[in-house]
Design a protein around this ligand. Sequence first.
Ligand SMILES: Nc1nc2c(ncn2[C@@H]2O[C@H](COP(=O)(O)OP(=O)(O)O)[C@@H](O)[C@H]2O)c(=O)[nH]1
Ligand SMILES: [Mg+2]
Length: 386
Amino acid sequence: MTATSERPQLEKATFIMLVRNSELHDARSSIRYVEDRFNKNFHYPWLFLNDKPFSPEFIHMTRSLVSGNATYGRIPKDAWSMPDWVDRQKARECMRAMATKNILYGGSESYRHMCRFFSGFLWRHELLADYDYYWRVEPNTQLYCDLTYDPFTFMRENNKTYGFVINLLEFPSTIESLWPTVQNFSREHPEYIHPNNALDFIVDDNKNITEGGYNNCHFWSNFEIASLKFWRSQAYREFFDFLDRTGNFYYERWGDAPVHSIAASIMLDKDEIHWFYDIGYRHHPFTHCPEPKLEFHDSGRCYCNPTQNFDRDPYACTKQYRRMRGDLGVPGRVPGVLEQPVLNRIDRGKGANGLRSKLKMSTEGLELMPGDKGAAQLLKIEDGRE
Ligand SMILES: Nc1nc2c(ncn2[C@@H]2O[C@H](COP(=O)(O)OP(=O)(O)O)[C@@H](O)[C@H]2O)c(=O)[nH]1
Ligand SMILES: [Mg+2]
């Protein structure tokens, strides 16, 4: 057998990383994690995207780390700027007001471009045209468990559309009118609401979309393994356009995470959503670490600290997710991944990590504490970075 014929059959899939030149070394670190834990055995391609041209140094120092092809693309201007129906003056005032209230990224215009890009433009980028699936990777993220199977094949064979690792509460102050807008959309387009949807993940007390409020639960989209077909569908396009016409990606600060999560939760069959429980992952400040010792730790497969598993944190939405699944354990799990009875017991004890000290819980979710030094570091109000 030649080396080539031993290679696994690849799906039409790619890693994508939106990244700035200034994040080169954080990007390198993430690439290396992905290659070491998974891709060195598969060689999927990497697509790097930027709103500015990539520097020769960035290209040189990332290309050397990937085991598949690397492509470097530019985001078109209309996918990274306020659309003409947005009142710029009003947008600026809203940003100033949100910055004054210490809302995370409240004063940042580029953060808003980024969220709108992931919500409505990534999947239209010409460099993604040939792909069915993508795995989103952010700079400065870590992977802790060997992945011995192909998650893209898993998605295709099991008819999965959206895969996540961490779920949690959104800051309500960034999405004040998002849910009422979704409710209006659902009234205008009842045909797009799936009869076997995952609404129980995002709405409490068995309520329907029009009666219930949003509980702020969402999938943390800095990690996503997803089907591009869904975002390209008529249903999602109309959903995105409906949201975008409000201008609230700019007047408020709607994140791509709640936008993707709400869309997936109302428009997909709940069985199309998959929790990659077996992928140990960290994006500051939260870690998902698979807990069962025998399978994940005694085997040497993972090296994260299971006591730092964010799933148990009250700020996580594990409880709501399990409720939506009918408490079935890890849904659509890959063979050999154990049921997680331990996740039933949401630990009300200390938070798993540092952000807890920078946040105060409220019944509605979380707000940054004004005057908190650590929190101030999280408030990148100025877009200082290239
Ligand atoms: N090229 C480019 N990438 C950006 C910009 N802002 C954010 N990103 C990328 O978008 C992703 C999310 O941004 P990040 O700062 O990590 O946001 P956070 O994870 O919500 O704190 C990361 O992959 C960043 O590299 C930008 O202005 N230009
Ligand atoms: Mg990030």
